[in-house]
Design a protein around this ligand. Structure first.
Ligand code: UDP
Length: 321
């Protein structure tokens, strides 16, 4: 019997790409998602696969799953876009804490390996630049991003405590801004917003001055990093940054997307949301040296693929997601 990989949040943007990659590796995949931000259309192409199974479930509810021979768990369940995770912040922090605790209890019971999809948000509005894994971060615990930032920090803490106290084999990957096909049209994050706006000829909404920076990683690079981190023995159980270290101003991202889409849309400036980090760039030396991983896809190449996706798949459809 093939060992099963459980992917929580498997119908989401990253989760669905991860399910694809695990199936390509010849594994059986059990995809769990409550479809709060995940979408069936992301995994519809996997329905005919005999090694793929989908269960609609919230990770904060009892997981059950005793009938499956689960060898590894990828814990991705949680809305990741600020608009979505702030929509129901209580649910967000519960998903991160209770959901992770449930996954860890299950893993302990069946002796499975667990990988947590953590985030660059654990660094908050960072005072150290670029961000190394040793940096403890600068997070506002009572702000509107706290449900996600502190939720992920608590999830990391739980992971480390289950490792130290119960000997669980764990991996923590800190994911920096990732983009690519299967982002939802209403995702709310900067890359999808700008592309959708540019293609529709609507105003490009820059929050604040646009001087703030992010470092954008294409989804295929991110998934490769996750797979290598899960396999690697050398990484130990300490967190590793997975992201692209090419840092971009939001203003420059807008110009690039306008150029690539040949859009006449105009840029408008909107208020900067509270606690929006000013600068973000991963230091990926640990991933490079320990995992032998680094991103390959340059921003323009990744943006072209993402633009094509939104042109071909989303804008031709009548739905709004
Ligand atoms: N942003 C923007 N316009 C948008 C969406 C986002 O200017 O339509 C900015 C946002 O304020 C932030 C950056 O783009 O400074 C990245 O935001 P995103 O929501 O993609 O992810 P974050 O890194 O903040 O979690």
């Amino acid at each position: 019997m093939k060992k099963t990989a459980l992917v929580t949040g498997g119908a989401g943007f990253l989760g669905s790409h991860l399910c694809d990659a695990l199936l390509r590796q010849g594994k059986s995949v059990l995809c769990l998602d409550d479809l709060s931000t995940g979408r069936m259309e992301n995994i519809a192409h996997l329905a005919p696969e005999s090694s793929f199974e989908f269960i609609r479930r919230d990770v904060t509810e009892p997981l059950g799953l005793g009938q499956f021979d689960i060898a590894e768990i990828y814990s991705l369940a949680c809305p990741a876009s600020p608009v979505h995770y702030q929509h129901n912040p209580v649910k967000t922090i519960r998903t991160n804490f209770i959901g992770t605790a449930q996954v860890l209890e299950l893993a302990t019971k069946i002796n499975a390996k667990v990988l947590l999809a953590s985030t660059s948000e654990v660094y908050g509005n960072p005072l150290c630049h670029p961000q190394r894994e040793e940096y403890w971060g600068n997070v506002n615990p009572i702000g509107i991003r706290g449900c996600y930032d502190e939720g992920k920090r608590a999830a990391e803490c739980l992971m480390m405590d289950y490792h130290r106290q119960k000997g669980l084999d764990i991996r923590i990957v800190r994911i920096f801004n990732t983009y690519g096909p299967r982002m939802a049209k209403n995702d709310g994050r900067v890359v999808s917003n700008f592309i959708v706006q540019a293609l529709a000829g609507e105003d490009i909404t820059i929050y604040g001055t646009g001087e703030q920076t992010r470092s954008f990683c294409f989804v295929s690079d991110l998934i490769a990093g996750i797979l290598i981190a899960m396999e690697s023995e050398q990484i130990g159980c300490l967190p590793v940054n997975i992201g692209n270290s090419a840092e971009e101003r939001v203003l420059d991202l807008a110009s690039t997307i306008l150029r690539l889409t040949q859009s006449q849309a105009k840029i408008v400036f909107k208020p900067l949301p509270a606690d929006d980090p000013q600068r973000r760039r991963p230091d990926i030396s640990r991933a490079q040296t320990v995992l032998g991983w680094e991103p390959r896809i340059k921003l323009e190449q990744g943006l072209r693929e993402t633009i094509k996706y939104f042109e071909e798949i989303c804008l031709l459809r009548s739905d709004t997601t």
